[in-house]
Design a binder for this molecule. Structure first.
Ligand SMILES: [Zn+2]
Length: 103
């Protein structure tokens, strides 16, 4: 997979041209919208439990962010499906807080 979230090289925080991981075209709005941002090609991981889609962004101030989407199959029972949704949200929040939060 090329030009996904990162190319493995140290990133640049320039606010001028596109970073080397920016997909350009319709993905990138850095030069077309006042609040535009550079965007990577979404990286998709298909796993046994679902699909994970990550996209990297950089705004005009040079701040980098990442969006992660998780797509899972839910139970047919509506109550269980709702519980699965809340559980995924709570679990994802907990894991990300532990990994990236401030102690
Ligand atoms: Zn760009």
């Amino acid at each position: 997979m090329s030009r996904a979230l990162t190319n493995g090289r140290p990133g640049h925080r320039d606010t001028g041209g596109h970073p080397d991981w920016c997909e350009g075209a319709h993905h990138c709005t850095a030069n077309s919208l006042p609040s535009g941002e550079h965007a990577s090609r979404p990286e998709v991981w298909i796993t046994d439990i679902g699909r994970f889609i990550g996209t990297r962004y950089r705004d005009r101030a040079g701040r980098d962010r990442m969006e992660l989407r998780i797509v899972l199959d839910l139970a047919e029972d509506e109550r269980i499906a709702q519980a699965q949704c809340r559980h995924l949200m709570a679990l994802a929040c907990k894991v990300v807080s532990r990994a990236f939060g401030h102690a």
